[in-house]
Unconditional design. Sequence first.
Lengths: 152, 152
Amino acid sequence: MAASIVESGSIDLSNALEDRGLRRTAARSAVTGRIEQLNDAFTAENLCRDLPDVGRATVYRTIRHLVDAGALCKLPILDGAPMYSIARVDHHHHTICVRCGAVGEFRHSTVERVLRSLEKEIDGDIVGHRMEIFITCRACLGDQHAIKKTSR
Amino acid sequence: MAASIVESGSIDLSNALEDRGLRRTAARSAVTGRIEQLNDAFTAENLCRDLPDVGRATVYRTIRHLVDAGALCKLPILDGAPMYSIARVDHHHHTICVRCGAVGEFRHSTVERVLRSLEKEIDGDIVGHRMEIFITCRACLGDQHAIKKTSR
DNA sequence: CTCAGTGCAAATATTTTGCACTATG
DNA sequence: CATAGTGCAAAATATTTGCACTGAG
């Protein structure tokens, strides 16, 4: 899937869909365009609210295609709807601010090395892993008034 | 599996509730008793089905109390309802078989060490983390006919 | 006796699906 | 112009809440 990675390291969402043999339609462009505008991770509901002219089902269907294509990461936050973020690098992990809900990403070779050493301890074949680090981000550390975006 | 659980390491669920000042009732005992019988991780629906005489709301409320008490871990599987498993050791991580859905747990000091070294790279204060390893478990490796329990 | 806890059913939240219609390739 | 894709509304799924009743302490 090295095909559609642009300079910044982020994946072109429209191309990711096209690579899977999906048509380039107005609704899909609206969804991918909106996602690319967002800096933060987002929920399906976020997109539906931002794109009232795109049917809810189409938003969900497009997100699913993007996750299947590996262009989006699904982040099952502990409560509420899962969030999604653009997969900017091939394999990475996420930081989630527990104050404001901001999602960041990082890569650390040691994590992968640990995985290899775990292989001995685990009773089966490792086929993947997921890791999230919960933080209080710098912005929230400096701001006593931060409000948790993801609360409901 | 090196991460096998010592009996003394598991938390008594009824006591965990009592410690929080909650009453010991028939409904709660039914829920905790059933959870203790189960070896595998389970969903809220599982319990409701197994305990038809306990109201659905009570099952959910009891699970929430147990999670708050730290006696259960909530595992947000990528699709479908979250699963829960007894927190047998203080801090640990989970293995999830992608074939049959079985959940195991392990502890590895290197994981914690990596976390400390990550502290430099991350723009904020680390307040927690979560890690899941996806595997094909030994039983499924030896059984071509394994059916994924968590499918829907 | 008092109020925490319960069961039920309704409400809420999230996601998927059936289907008639639209528009891409 | 064939059929992938769409929007809508209904269904399915998952969880929470309001409320009158029950039972633990």
